[in-house]
Design a protein around this ligand. Structure first.
Ligand SMILES: Cc1ncc(COP(=O)(O)O)c(C=O)c1O
Length: 425
């Protein structure tokens, strides 16, 4: 480490930042030392293009076992028939699915980015909006909820080839049964991107898309608490609906099409060190302790939402059923923007992200909202009883965002609080 003090000093600084702070970014978490150990292992040296047992390189007999373990554990965790653990990220997983099931220009229907969807669900600045023809559904202005019949109306009008459900900032559960009916009615495939709530789904705390959606993608680093990465799953394999055949003339199964869409379609060699870390995280997620963790994540989110409401903030859709919430700052103040809130809270070692709210009037660089999530602070050990204090610290900082003395006091209180919840001690 002393050979490159520049980078290792920075790693030390980042460790200290993580230790000091209240981490409320909904998409972040703290992995176990075992997950990090696997990621930092000799497996990083190995090229292994292909799949276990079918590689384009020699010397893969060990990484074959690593990758097969990751696949088997993921299948057990979600009760799915098929999985690919190679996507380097959530965006890569979605890119592979779209390459596999769509032709350039095909119509897709996704949840509007500005209402809580993800860039890879059809945004104009992303490959998904550039290569395909997107349309969107959103939330109702009155309730902040997705109206499934509105989704059905848009699907009937647009006739998409692929319907995408799942979100980056939607605090409610999804009606996969109704979405599958809609997809069947218009002849679309249904993709659920469960990147955010996948841990909670795996442990049975939210509706399960696996039996209803043709394909499911996820990141592995949010509520699933693994290394940064992605996965693709199918509850059951099925023959491709386009009549594509193998060189032997047999109908190709979707699993083969999706495997091919990952490699060679969108990626080169798999990151076997990250796949090993995924296997470690899936092993952790299979334990009963992980169910306790997920339950705590959800009760912490509900307690934080209630505490924020009691301080005069408005939670979009009125509450949360998962690990996160979207807060509309406009009910608190006309001048407090998401950007001011993010910048202010960072000064106090409270990390959040500014977020557009549905029907946003400000630019994406400013926004009127913030997104708060509890996966990371729950890993630190905070419980529902600590959430009123967290809300009070946030509120004090935001109310006095122009007063450096108050911000300093909040920072000291944050550091004091987090000293009681050691991280990588
Ligand atoms: C719903 C959803 N899908 C995909 C992604 C992309 O994941 P990654 O950042 O690993 O590419 C995210 C990340 O925030 C997400 O929230």
């Amino acid at each position: 480490m002393q050979r490159d003090t520049q980078i290792f000093d920075l790693i030390q600084l980042e460790l200290e930042r993580q230790q000091h702070g209240i981490e409320l970014i909904a998409s972040e978490n703290f992995v176990s030392p075992q997950v990090m150990e696997a990621m930092g292992s000799v497996l990083t040296n190995k090229y292994a293009e292909g799949l276990p047992g079918k590689r384009y390189y020699g010397g893969c007999e060990v990484v074959d076992q690593v990758e097969q373990l990751a696949i088997d554990r993921l299948k057990q965790l979600f009760g799915c028939a098929w999985a690919n653990v190679q996507p380097h990220s959530g965006a890569q997983a979605n890119a592979a699915v779209m390459l596999g099931v769509l032709k350039p220009g095909d119509k897709i229907l996704g949840f509007d980015l500005s209402h809580g969807g993800h860039l890879t669900h059809g945004s104009a600045v992303n490959f998904s909006g550039k290569l395909y023809t997107p349309s969107f559904y959103g939330v109702s202005k009155e309730t902040g909820l997705i109206d499934w019949e509105n989704v059905a109306d848009i699907a009937r009008k647009e006739q998409p080839k692929l319907i995408i459900c799942g979100a980056s900032s939607y605090s409610r559960d999804w009606n996969y049964v109704r979405l599958r009916e809609i997809a069947d009615e218009v002849g679309a495939l249904l993709l659920a991107d469960i990147s955010h709530p996948s841990g909670l789904i795996a442990k049975g705390f939210l509706n399960n898309p696996i039996p209803h959606c043709h394909i499911v993608t996820s990141t592995t680093h949010k509520t699933l608490r693994g290394p940064r990465g992605g996965v693709i799953m199918m509850g059951s394999d099925f023959p491709n609906p386009w009549g594509l055949t193998t060189p032997k003339g047999e109908i190709k199964m979707m699993s083969a099409i999706l495997d091919g869409a990952v490699f060679p379609g969108t990626q080169g060699g798999p990151l076997e060190h990250v796949i090993a870390a995924k296997a470690v995280a899936f092993g952790e997620a299979l334990t009963p302790e992980f169910a306790d963790y997920c339950k705590q994540v959800m009760s912490n989110a509900q307690a934080l939402a209630a505490a924020m409401v009691s301080k005069g903030y408005s939670v979009i859709s009125g509450g949360t059923e998962n690990h996160m919430m979207l807060i509309d700052l406009r009910t608190k103040s006309d001048t407090l923007t998401g950007k001011i809130a993010e910048d202010t809270l960072v000064k106090c070692h409270i990390t959040i992200n500014k977020n557009a709210v549905p029907f946003e009037t400000r630019s994406p660089f400013v926004t009127s909202g913030i997104r708060l999530g509890t996966p990371a602070i729950t890993t630190r050990g905070l419980k529902a009883e600590h959430m009123p204090l967290v809300a009070e610290l946030i509120d004090t900082a935001l109310t006095h965002h122009q007063d450096p003395t108050v911000l300093d006091q909040v920072k000291t209180r944050v550091m004091e609080l987090m000293k009681g919840f050691p991280l990588y001690a």
